[in-house]
Design a protein around this ligand. Structure first.
Ligand code: 9YT
Length: 129
């Protein structure tokens, strides 16, 4: 069995800061853990806007702290995000993620993120190998 804590992950390669400093993500489970999905705790910093478009991944995001919104680019809809809200990018939805207060989000990716991906200019991660 695998047991991990956020405190163990801080300061290791499983803790990744966005280049633009919009977020920090702690990857509790990655591809090489063999679960078939990856599991992340991501903090989105207050006042930031991030363009995201996971063309090759499905992602579910559950907010446990903070406040913000998601805007889907295709239709301009805005979804208010507060603790207890989940959104699922079931159509690989291109979106903007904005934080009003620091948001703590639990994120699951299918297929799993391997850990070496960097956000590309179009907001996606590259396809899995
Ligand atoms: C909220 C969100 O989309 N989080 C994604 C996880 C983060 N970008 C990561 O671990 O790379």
């Amino acid at each position: 069995m695998l047991v991990r804590t956020i405190d163990e992950i801080k300061g290791t390669g499983r803790e990744v800061f966005a280049e633009n400093k919009n977020w920090v993500s702690r990857r509790l489970l990655l591809k090489n853990d063999g679960m078939g999905f990856s599991f992340h705790e991501t903090i989105i910093f207050a006042g930031t806007e991030t363009h995201i478009w996971y063309k090759h991944h499905l992602e579910a995001v559950y907010c446990v702290e903070g406040e913000g919104e998601v805007e889907t680019v295709a239709d301009g809809k805005i979804y208010h995000i507060t603790p207890g809200t989940l959104y699922a990018l079931n159509e690989h939805d291109e979106h903007y993620l904005r934080a009003k207060k620091d948001m703590r989000l639990l994120c699951v990716f299918n297929p799993p993120v391997s850990g070496s991906e960097v956000h590309q200019a179009d907001g996606s991660y590259p396809p899995p190998d």
